[in-house]
Design a binder for this molecule. Sequence first.
Ligand code: C5P
Length: 299
Amino acid sequence: MTGRFSRRAFAKINLGLEVLGLRPDGYHELRTVYQSLSLCDLLEIHSAKDLSLTVSGEAVPSGEDNLVMKAARALQRHAGCSKGARIALTKRIPTQAGLGGGSSDAAATLLALTRLWRLGFSAADLLPIASPLGSDVPFFLLGGTALGIGRGEEVFPLPDGPLLHLVLAQPRAGMATSEAYSRLSRRLTEGRQAPRIASLVQALVEGRLAERLLFNCFEEVNLEADEESAKVRRSLLDHGATVTLLAGSGSAWAGIFPDRESALTAQRHLVPRGIAAIHTSTLTRRDYWVQTTPSGAKE
Ligand code: C5P
């Protein structure tokens, strides 16, 4: 393949997130249910002799520190390939929000460069490269609804959850993943585990997901760390959300709305009040793969 093509990198939330304890390797053992969202970043890839990256949108590093460049370098090493690419990343997924934006960009880079460089790797072949890049990067090689165990890198497909209409709202302060884990770690109690994730997985398998089954163990630490967190959450409920759920380790909240119209109305009311609010919805695994290439994109 020559020239240029585009790829979407979708965000995620966690329908359930339970941290069991600290592991000898310094990571936390967790049980989670990942869920893809239609909110996405956009990658444009052009063939080029050298590897380079430009970023627009959110303020994230554009050099070798960006996960996109780390993914590209890791793929070069894995494949013994010295080909290049000019990558332009448009950020739309808020950062330090728990929405997996950087990890999704990394996975999308692995898939896009595999194609550009004609390496012939499947998404499953890319799993060993994805996991050292970040604990949730492997999920983005699967998409849809999935169970994550270990440090989050061991992923298993689940039946698609129901279509949920969401508004994501983020306090001004982000929450670094490492900080969220270290705050949570201080309050973990050994041996006190309610297996909440099992009920959630069972409900998904039986096609009867209920809002009361959604949970995220990072909610309290976010509410304690930043007083704006509670205000943002409250504003989602005041504007019609039936339930709220923290995204990943924070700091964004997802409000679940009865339908698309009510979610859009809430977003329209929240933005003029100074709350960064984004309307989105959940994505099935099929749509995750069908919609990766934007319509009208040049191949
Ligand atoms: O894997 P990732 O690079 O995304 O993790 C960022 C940080 O979050 C880690 O350095 C660690 O502090 C924390 N983390 C953790 N346990 C996990 C995942 C992440 O402690 N399962």
